[in-house]
Design a protein around this ligand. Structure first.
Ligand code: DC
Length: 229
């Protein structure tokens, strides 16, 4: 069976991109590349180095020199891959509430986007990749062979995020998660550079009432159609 060489999956936070892309990559033996971790890595390192997030030149300089590696998962603790920043395993640090709260601001800085987009394009162009983000189909890899935009209602997304956190043993409040998601949606979709939006040639799938299996079947169907075109 053959598949489209480059697949872009975009969509808002907690729309199911990671789960879907990860499973699709496993089925097809493709690389799963979650570009959000790069923005998270820059945010984490800035916080770690006590660089004020509002100091755009300093955060941008960090993005230009940071070394981010994404490697196959080395631990059986629920992670999908290891993320190394300058050689240090920071996988779970990247999901902390502190990083969650600041990453949208960091990802709105043009110089940060420029530096990270360049690295993402280089990896994506190698092919056999399912690349996940906000601007993959529109900016990073507009030449992708298949573009999917996954969407879901914000309450449904908040519920999924809440369940994930509870499953991980965290104590969380639904209303706070919902509020934060709304805030991130707003920053991601209104920023000047590469805002979150579906590419004009993307297939939009609303996952509100679909199971993971349903979404995968839909994508498989579009994948075969994209090869025939
Ligand atoms: O998918 P995520 O929640 O890990 O993304 C973290 C942040 O990075 C989010 O605010 C949007 C931003 N992001 C982006 O602007 N472009 C991408 N290609 C991926 C993520």
């Amino acid at each position: 069976m053959s598949y489209p060489k480059i697949v872009a999956i975009d969509g808002p936070a907690a729309s199911g991109k990671t789960t879907i892309a990860n499973q699709l990559a496993e089925r097809w033996k493709y690389l799963f590349f979650d570009t959000g971790v790069m923005y998270r890595a820059v945010t984490w390192l800035a916080l770690e180095k006590q660089i004020p997030i509002k100091d755009e030149p300093a955060v941008s300089a960090l993005a230009e020199k940071i070394q981010i590696d994404i490697e196959p998962s080395s631990k059986d603790d629920g992670r999908e891959y290891d993320v190394l920043v300058d050689g240090v395993d920071v996988t779970w640090h990247l999901r902390s509430p502190k990083v969650d709260a600041k990453v949208s601001k960091v990802s709105a800085y043009p110089a940060v986007r420029k530096a990270l987009t360049k690295q993402q394009r280089r990896i994506g162009l190698r092919g056999k990749v399912i690349m996940v983000g906000r601007d993959i189909g529109t900016v990073v890899l507009p030449e992708a062979d298949l573009k999917i935009f996954l969407d879901a209602d914000v309450d449904e997304r908040a519920r999924r995020r809440f369940n994930q956190r509870v499953d991980r043993g965290e104590r969380v409040e639904f209303s706070k998660i919902l509020k934060k998601l709304k805030k991130r949606d707003k920053i991601d979709s209104t920023r000047e550079i590469a805002p979150l939006c579906a590419a004009s040639d993307a297939v939009v799938i609303n996952t509100d009432t679909l199971s993971v299996i349903d979404v995968l079947s839909e994508i498989e169907k579009y994948a075969q159609e994209s090869i025939k075109d």
